[in-house]
Write a protein that binds this ligand. Sequence first.
Ligand SMILES: Nc1ncnc2c1ncn2[C@@H]1O[C@H](COP(=O)(O)OP(=O)(O)OP(=O)(O)O)[C@@H](O)[C@H]1O
Ligand SMILES: [Mg+2]
Length: 235
Amino acid sequence: MANLLEVRDLRKVYEGPDGGVEALRGVTFSVGRGDFVAVRGPSGCGKSTLLHILGAMECPTEGDVRFDGLELGSLHSDGLARLRRRQIGFVFQEFNLFPTLTVLENVMLPLTLDGAAEQQARRRAARLLEEVGLADRSKHFPAQLSGGEMQRVAVARAVAAQPGLLLADEPTGNLDSENGRRVMQLLSGLNRSLQLTVLLATHSDEAASHAARWLLLRDGRLVAQGENPQSEKSP
Ligand SMILES: Nc1ncnc2c1ncn2[C@@H]1O[C@H](COP(=O)(O)OP(=O)(O)OP(=O)(O)O)[C@@H](O)[C@H]1O
Ligand SMILES: [Mg+2]
């Protein structure tokens, strides 16, 4: 079966007051279905830029991204928005929950925005909150949760629409090691049980060790890639 993602010669230049910043300088790789990939490298090497482009949140300056055989550059804004709603989940370092919505409403949101019936969205969101161990927090607001709990809600929201791809940008960056491990175990579990493809940008060795494969960026270039030794993380 074809790869889920094919990335070819991706370049990104951000125009700024002092000329352009070359955030990506020709990055090529592919990601298979069900793969779990850690994107590593020093601050400023282009990890977030790469994830934003793969998540159709930013356009590359040059190069192509094929998602499930579909060339992202050939899609108009409607097609890109549909892809983001249905096919791609995103988890951020800062959780990015909506503060005025309850935990349950946060998880329901991607479903209702995509036209799901209220009852159906509510049922699915409740089931997901059970899966992430937060059923008893569904009526709380984000500010009433710990960081680790907020990130588990964010993961539930990111997978609510059953996307094929989950992009996680430093999802454990604001968590202590115990909560970070819990979030990573949640992502590994989803990767295994749903065959969810996961791309994770991280500075953490612990977080990266949950992935099956790693890519190393430096100065906007892919300088190395490899596989992790068969994961001791499996139960
Ligand atoms: N919107 C922007 N405008 C201008 N330059 C940007 C923008 N976003 C990122 N950059 C620059 O692009 C380069 C890559 O940034 P990026 O955020 O992708 O790095 P990163 O690997 O995610 O770093 P970190 O580990 O600190 O999160 C950096 O030099 C950064 O300053
Ligand atoms: Mg970043």
